[in-house]
Design a binder for this molecule. Structure first.
Ligand code: NAD
Length: 377
């Protein structure tokens, strides 16, 4: 039996990690990043939307998808595969559904539009489903389900992504880390906000261990032979050289811990986001430098179509409390509901400032100095 390895950068030593971080005020960080986009020709309203998604990731403690990604978006706009001026259009529509062609606009801007349309439809018909093709990376899946929550609706959001994940029994990465978010409103309890990749870990976590020269826990990734490896450097190298290998789907290697179920979830996301919208799928996502053709899926569902909203909310509360008061595992003091830790972090970071890795700050400052945008004091 493999030893249980804790995830060292997670909650346990989060405060320790933050100690080495630079703390930046939310409003100042947003202002800086928005100005960067505006200098690249993005209209202020769209710059605001994009940065809102990135900074929300940092506020919720999802550093891998926060402003650390700004350089990639800046490069995308400069390289021309992300169009600074939003050009998306609805190409097919019914009362409850719509298909949007993103026309290579910023993924966050198109996606916000997509979820807004889904919500509008749900207000009229109880459900709205919107798929998007020809888009770019949209950030955290949870941003869009939180939009549905603000309207007292259940939200679903999914996206496909560049291939990094190896199918069960395979040895080449074919699917993305294809995230799923589902959010549902509660009353006095926090809402349920599941927001997760369908892989065991994102690539960023292999890179962290590689930089530190530490081994990976078993079941995270496979090397070019298709077997689990403890060596992050070997896996990253094999992936970069396209020799094979990649991250494992949720559940890990083979069938023993149900890797095939995580693989199924990742594939499901590609069916809804890619196949249904006509976007790229599997190996084709991000395959062309000039046209990533990422696909997304958004759904808003009005619980009041089934039962009074208050009853739904109260039952969500009851369910959350049932989980939280249930007996804890030895050594544990608390059971969480999905999204709960992120809400707590958000409140703290809004008050105390957002902790950023000094390397991220350096990269942002460099972009700022190139574009004539001052880093906040
Ligand atoms: N756009 C893309 O291409 C892309 C691809 C992959 C991931 N992502 C994003 O990356 C982010 C991180 O994904 P991840 O899989 O590493 O998330 P994670 O493992 O940190 O969290 C997954 C979910 O579990 C919840 N959670 C955490 N600890 C918990 C506990 N003890 N009890 C109950 N719930 C708990 C979180 O609130 C979250 O809803 C997500 O926001 C996702 O949307 C985006």
């Amino acid at each position: 039996m493999a030893p249980i390895v804790s995830r060292p950068w997670r909650d346990g030593d989060e405060r320790g990690m933050e100690a080495q971080h630079v703390t930046v005020d939310e409003r100042e960080l947003k202002e800086f990043c928005e100005q960067v986009f505006i200098r690249l020709g993005v209209p202020p309203k769209d710059a605001k939307t994009t940065i809102d998604v990135l900074v929300l990731a940092d506020l919720r403690g999802i550093e891998s998808h926060g402003v650390a990604r700004l350089p990639r978006y800046v490069n995308g706009v400069k390289a021309g595969y992300i169009k600074p001026i939003e050009r998306s259009r609805v190409v097919k529509e019914t009362k409850t559904t719509a298909l949007i062609d993103g026309e290579q606009s910023l993924g966050q801007v198109v996606s916000r539009k997509g979820m807004e349309l889904a919500i509008r439809k749900a207000k009229e018909t109880s459900v709205g489903i919107v798929t998007v093709r020809n888009s770019n990376h949209y950030g955290i899946a949870g941003y869009y389900t939180l939009m549905a929550l603000e309207q007292d609706m259940i939200g679903v959001s999914m996206t496909n992504a560049a291939p990094l994940v190896v199918p069960t029994f395979g040895r080449n990465a074919i699917l993305g880390t294809n995230p799923i978010s589902v959010a549902a409103p509660a009353s006095r309890e926090r809402p349920f906000v599941l927001d997760m990749a369908t892989s065991v870990v994102p690539r960023g976590k292999l890179e962290v261990l590689d930089r530190k020269g530490l081994p990976m826990p078993p079941g995270w990734a496979v090397d070019e032979t298709g077997r689990s490896s403890a060596d992050p450097s070997r896996v990253l190298n094999a992936m970069a050289k396209r020799l094979g290998g990649g991250i494992l789907p949720l559940g890990g290697e083979g069938e023993e811990h149900s890797g095939h179920k995580g693989y199924g979830l990742a594939l499901m996301v590609d069916v809804f986001s890619g196949v249904l919208s006509g976007a790229a799928t599997g190996l084709k996502v991000n395959a062309e430098e000039r046209k990533p053709d990422v696909g997304h899926f958004f759904m808003a569902l009005d619980p009041a179509a089934f039962r009074p909203l208050d009853e739904f909310r109260l039952d969500m509360d009851r369910l959350a409390r049932e989980l939280k008061v249930s007996p804890k595992a030895q050594g544990q003091t608390r059971i969480y509901v999905h999204g709960e830790k992120s809400f707590t972090r958000m409140e703290r970071f809004r008050k105390e400032g957002i902790p950023l890795d000094p390397k991220v700050v350096e990269a942002l400052k460099k972009i700022g100095s190139e574009l004539g945008v001052k880093w906040p004091k």
